[in-house]
Write a protein that binds this ligand. Structure first.
Ligand code: RB5
Length: 143
């Protein structure tokens, strides 16, 4: 199913981001690349904010954020009440972040994740539904 995806990264996530954009376009997803556009050093909170702002009042979008480890982007993204960002280093985490946490932003470490692994993580993140039930009550507690 076609998804509306926003993607953003800092310099440390740039190379993996470029390859991920190419991969997602081949799958006919609608993807908006919010930068960064090259490997010059930038500050990850700035590129996090660009994506997070676009997701405000628009639950149609799924976000993908990359920095070197994914940790900085996760910390920054989760400061925003409408964001549930999950740093995923494997497919199990990606699946559970959707099933249990209804994660709306996938965070990937650009320096810690191979392209092959990133593709698998993204595939499962995009194709897994939130399980609702007991998990809805828990998410309400967070909000
Ligand atoms: C940039 O050098 C690096 O600190 C950043 O990409 C990220 O890993 C921070 O968490």
């Amino acid at each position: 199913m076609t998804k509306n995806i926003l993607i953003s990264c800092d310099h440390a996530g740039f190379y993996l981001k470029e390859q991920i954009v190419e991969y997602l376009l081949k799958q006919s997803h609608k993807i908006i690349d919010l930068g960064t556009k090259n490997s010059s050093s930038v500050d990850y909170p700035d590129y996090c904010d660009i994506l997070v702002d676009k997701m405000k009042n628009n639950s149609n979008f799924i976000g993908i954020l990359l920095c070197g480890t994914g940790i900085g982007m996760s910390i920054a993204a989760n400061r925003h009440p409408h964001i549930r960002a999950a740093l995923c280093s494997d497919q199990d985490l990606a699946k559970l972040s959707r099933q249990h946490n209804d994660a709306n932003v996938l965070v990937i470490g650009g320096r810690t994740t191979s392209l092959n692994s990133a593709k698998k993580i993204i595939d499962i993140f995009l194709s897994t539904e939130f399980e609702k039930g007991r998990h809805t009550k828990r998410l309400k507690k967070i909000s």
